[in-house]
Design a binder for this molecule. Structure first.
Ligand code: PA5
Length: 431
């Protein structure tokens, strides 16, 4: 299960403010359910869970397994909501080092660094340790089919794949909207395999569609358990939304009390990607018309030695959300050492997980004492089911919270501003 602990945050809030926020969240949840709030045409991320498409899951999984059997490298080419969800799940559920049996997953199209792309192309061209050439596949993911970062990287990778492999066509898989966009023209011209991202699902809400599911399955993660974890959370919340509403309303009451930043922190580096996905989901959904909290991603205890001073004693305009794994593998146990020269024998017999847990508890205690309200989101354990549950929880929580701000959680008009200026500087026709 996923469990929320709001106890320390609630000590910073008046009961009346909390109650008022809870009632607001309840009304907002009703609007999501009845599709009567802002952007009702973007609620497809709920419909896919209320009516699961098992045939699609099987189709994605079967292509992923054949890619796993043949590929050395699988490139995920996308930006924002088109890759962050996949990366989050892959980081959370696959080992930190070594790709295991499956292909190495590499990300591209998520920025426009020529150095990165040059190095990537050199890496793809270099033979394996046994001298044989690498087998490379790419999944280009772009709902609009026109995003410059993704389209530019794909142009370079696609050309190389066509020049290098006789079976180039099968090595290129596209995920995009049903129609429109330059990517659909390329698909039609080359007969590439295509998965569709439904029109009613926005990029950052798309991880449980083929956008996220194909890369996640290629990485060896069980997408059925992931998807059905989210389905379970959906069904449970429809019946009893109280935990969700308490989370959304606590966050709302903290925002109303003047908090301007939500620091998303974890002591487990494998949850860094999940925090990054949450950062985008929350940031793009709530940052509108001068409203919303800035979501900041922190990796502890590393960042306690970087911005810990600021969290403890800087401006008191921040709240903190901890992502906690209760039952992580015990893994390494600290051994007793003769002489105790490094003074660490007091930890002998304890697992790193136990020590890390105390670091979390100590940090939370210190931050609360320093005036930072904290919410903890506990994963009972880190597996497909819990990650699936967490994904839906975050999606529904931000939708409810942003409805409370009287904004549309599903658009991102502000993202166009940098593109407009960039296109003018690049001399794009019509810009
Ligand atoms: O959440 C969103 O909608 C955005 O982050 C998009 O995913 C991102 O801008 C990429 O867009 P596209 O998939 O059209 O290339």
């Amino acid at each position: 299960m996923i469990r929320f602990d709001h106890s320390s945050a609630h000590t910073f809030l008046e009961p009346d403010a909390l109650q008022k926020a809870f009632e607001q969240a309840k009304t907002a949840f009703g609007k999501v359910q009845s599709k009567t709030g802002h952007g009702p045409e973007w609620l497809g991320w709920r419909d896919i869970l209320s009516d699961p498409n098992d045939a699609l899951l099987s189709e994605v999984d079967s292509l992923a397994q054949s890619i796993r059997n043949d590929a050395d490298v699988f490139i995920v080419c996308g930006i924002g909501g088109s890759y962050l969800g996949a990366r989050a799940v892959i980081d959370a559920l696959t080992p930190h080092f070594g790709a295991g049996k499956g292909p190495e997953i590499i990300y591209a199209g998520h920025h426009m660094s020529g150095t990165y792309l040059r190095d990537l192309m050199n890496y793809l061209k270099a033979p394996k340790a046994d001298g044989s050439p690498k087998s490379v596949y790419v999944n280009v993911i772009s709902k609009s089919g026109t995003t410059t970062e993704t389209a530019l990287a794909f142009r370079v990778i696609r050309k190389w794949i066509h020049e290098t492999y006789d079976d180039a066509k099968k090595r290129i898989v596209c995920t995009t909207s049903q129609s429109g966009g330059a990517l659909n023209k390329l698909i039609d011209a080359n007969d590439y395999k295509k998965f569709v991202l439904p029109d009613d699902v926005g990029g950052r809400f798309s991880v449980l569609t083929p956008v996220g599911l194909l890369p996640i399955a290629v990485a060896g993660v069980d997408i059925r358990n992931l998807f059905y974890g989210a389905v379970s959370a959906y069904n449970e919340i429809e019946k009893n939304p109280d935990d969700l509403l308490t989370y959304a309303s606590t966050r709302l009451a903290l925002y109303n009390s003047g908090k301007a930043m939500d620091m998303i922190a974890s002591f487990e580096p494998e949850l860094g990607g999940m925090g990054g996905w949450m950062q985008q989901l929350f940031g793009e959904s709530e940052g509108k018309n001068g409203k919303g909290m800035f979501p900041v991603l922190l990796g502890f205890s590393t960042d306690l030695h970087s911005v810990g001073q600021m969290v403890q004693e800087g401006q008191r305009n921040m709240m903190e959300t901890f992502l906690v794994v209760d039952n992580a593998p015990k893994a390494i146990i600290v051994e007793e050492e003769d002489g105790d020269t490094d003074g660490l024998n007091y930890l002998a017999g304890k697992s790193f997980h136990e020590i890390n847990s105390k670091a979390y508890l100590g940090t939370r205690e210190a931050h609360v004492e320093g005036g930072v309200p904290c919410i903890s989101i506990h994963f009972d354990k880190l597996d497909e089911e819990h990650v699936g549950r967490f994904i839906y929880l975050c999606e529904i929580a931000i939708a409810v919270y942003v409805y409370c701000l009287d904004e549309n959680p599903f658009d991102q008009p502000g993202v166009e501003a940098y593109k407009k200026a960039m296109f003018r500087l690049l001399g794009k026709p019509g810009a």
